[in-house]
Design a protein around this ligand. Sequence first.
Ligand SMILES: [Zn+2]
Length: 359
Amino acid sequence: MTIQHTLIKKFGFMLPKFLREDYSPYKCKVSVNGINYDFRTRRIHWQNKIKTWINTGKNPFIKPVECKTCLFDTRIPNIYIGADGICNMCMTYKQNFKQEILDSELETFLNTPREEGATIDAVVGFSGGKDSAVSLITARQKFGLNLTAVLVQNGFIPEPVIENGRKLCDKLGVELVVLDIDLAPYVKEMMDNNFKTGYPCYKCGDMFYKEIQDYCVEHRINRIIMGRNWWHWIEPEVRSTKWVTDEKSGMKLQIFSLPFVLQLTEHDIYQILDEFGWSTVKIHGNSTNCVLPGLVEYAVSQRLGYHPELQLLSREVITGFLDKEEAKHQLSEVRDNTKTLEKMVNAKLEEIKDRNNEN
Ligand SMILES: [Zn+2]
């Protein structure tokens, strides 16, 4: 036992609360990827480093201390490492994960009746990428659901990706609906602030959910399937499904993370796609459908000191979807695509301007 541990045992009651108790990263209530890294976030980050130092005996102010199991380390404000070398995200996940809960969520999802007036069972949030493709295949073939694939075009999903997605839908006999959103003005604003005020994928996620939800309400569809590989909630228990009540109609919608519920791994995903005879279009970055993550990774990595997709991949390592070494490998190749990003965003802004002038 180290001196630190002996002292904590003896004088623990005198310590501040953050040193005495364990807590999840979500309890810290700070935004990820250094967005709005304000005084409060700095203080919490500092506390988590002190906590890590005392827990592990390793000084994170000199060198980041990494979790034994996942990719999280003390460069991330809401992460601390416990005495066992495991981060607070891994700790929370292990404590709160129960397979029975996921099984019952699947049962609820499959047994939910259609709303009156609905002509199909569920919408699949289809991005043209690997995970949502597998969700579409599984929901259609394994669960026998009648589906519509809804692809939200944020302006950064290449046409070949959409065409390739259309082939998959045709083969499954599923209608593909493409909805457009304008993400470029937001990307421009974030880019001009060196991504200190936001990360494009988070903004896109918000707009995406709103778009899909509106589509579902309009068509009276109460179930949405996502190709998400990790939890929707981690507290008080790990859950895969998010329930949303539409304000205007009062309709209750389930947003269901199919690969996570079935506990699929990345290996399973590629195997299912192989067997089905479909593959994704290869693009740079940690995405198999949208070019944005690969275009912004350099600028954000430069500012943060770590890859912005570390947050996502680490979650995928915690759930067992991805191997730690494989995840590290996927984050290792950072390319400076700043010029391409600027060009693309400006071209998109011109397009939007022209469209507005026409109307
Ligand atoms: Zn961890």
